[in-house]
Design a protein around this ligand. Structure first.
Ligand SMILES: *Cc1c(COP(=O)(O)O)cnc(C)c1O
Length: 355
């Protein structure tokens, strides 16, 4: 056990809210567990994490998060198996990525044990909040932001690292129709697209609202240069199946290195499903839709795991994808959730027991 775990001060709630929660009708990320972990960065170092009752936080109006947007986050899930054992999925990758994001936004990096031991202590305390219904999980939101004060446009000198958790039902996205974006961009060369930065989401909302007005649910982001290549599906990575080959774009400073994405690639390789990591042009996808070789498109990310796309719009034309059983999308979703929930073998060593 690391030294830090002995230093986590725990203040338990005096009135648990757990009995107010309808665990059979959970939405995504809208009720929060009893406790949260808070860790302050002051005087050039991270102080010992504290666990306290879930509560509002107070910030000075000049806190730099409000003005200069220094804010990064992660999304992960905890699962409870039939023997009440608690599991995470590749959690060290979330910790690493949090620091990759932080570095790009000039936010101090967080030591591994603060993240891992803090998370484990929080999960231990709020274990009863992990739902067990099929498809449900405890969604975990670690985030870091600038709490330091002052209007000077420079990195803050104080930060907060917080972890909150939210019991969530199965994330059902329904039939997702997407619009291939030809005007706006999510990210640019040399930008922050690879970081899980709050501002990346802010920049997506308006173009997505425009797409929703036109009858689509989501935007497919293309490269900022000529809008020629497919990059991401909303806030998910994207996979396209042409004939039996799965194709996804290479990660770069514009495409986020998703844990679901790389897990799908590894599973595909282990199953001899042809998978190509390469630039994929809109032209190629439109041609495949026209000649009938486009079989599937789906988003990949922690919240939904896999989110199938039923059709896309481009240049004012709508293209429908075929409907059939035994899709790659349903195969990968099942393989990954079975590993996550300890219902199957884990040949990749991705499952992480919380104890
Ligand atoms: C979080 C995120 C993803 C998915 O990453 P996972 O690690 O699979 O959850 C993909 N794209 C963007 C832009 C994201 O923010």
């Amino acid at each position: 056990m690391s030294a830090i775990i002995n230093n986590i001060e725990i203040v338990k709630t005096e009135s648990s809210k757990i009995n107010e929660v309808d665990f059979d009708n959970l939405k995504f990320g809208s009720v929060f567990s009893d406790h949260m972990l808070v860790c302050d960065y002051k005087n050039g170092k991270w102080e010992a994490p504290k666990i306290m009752p879930y509560q509002p936080i107070t910030l000075d109006p000049s806190a730099k998060i409000f003005h200069y947007g220094q804010s990064v986050f992660e999304g992960m899930k905890a699962y409870k198996d039939i023997n009440d054992k608690v599991w995470l999925f590749r959690p060290l990758d979330n910790w690493k990525r949090l620091n990759i994001s932080s570095k790009r936004l000039a936010i101090p990096e967080l030591p591994e044990d603060y993240f891992m031991e803090g998370l484990k202590a929080l999960l231990e305390l709020d274990k009863d909040w992990i739902p067990t219904n099929d498809g449900s999980s405890l969604y975990i939101r670690p985030f870091v932001f600038a709490s330091g004060e002052g209007f000077h446009a420079s990195p803050a000198d104080e930060y907060k690292f917080i972890i909150c958790t939210a019991p969530s039902g199965s994330y059902f996205s329904g039939d997702v129709k997407v619009l291939i974006e030809q005007t706006y961009s999510r990210s640019a060369n040399g930008g922050v697209g690879f970081a899980k930065a709050g501002g990346n989401y802010a920049g997506q909302f308006y173009p997505t609202q425009l797409a929703v007005k036109k009858g689509y649910q989501q935007v497919i982001w293309t490269d900022d240069n000529n809008h020629e290549y497919i990059e991401e599906a909303g806030a998910m990575n994207i996979f396209v199946r042409i004939n039996d080959t799965l194709i996804t774009g290479p990660t770069s400073d514009r495409i986020l290195d998703g844990i679901t994405r790389k897990s799908i690639i590894e599973i595909a390789e282990s199953q001899n499903i042809p998978v190509e990591v390469r630039k994929l042009s809109v032209k190629e996808v439109v041609e495949a839709a026209e000649n009938g070789t486009l079989k599937e498109m789906f988003g990949a990310g922690t919240a939904a795991v896999v989110s199938p796309i039923s059709g896309f719009g481009y240049n004012g034309v709508d293209y429908d994808l075929p409907k059939f059983d035994d899709t790659y999308a349903s195969y990968f979703k099942k393989r990954i959730t079975d590993i996550q929930t300890n219902k199957s073998e884990d040949p990749f060593g991705w499952r992480f027991k919380v104890e």
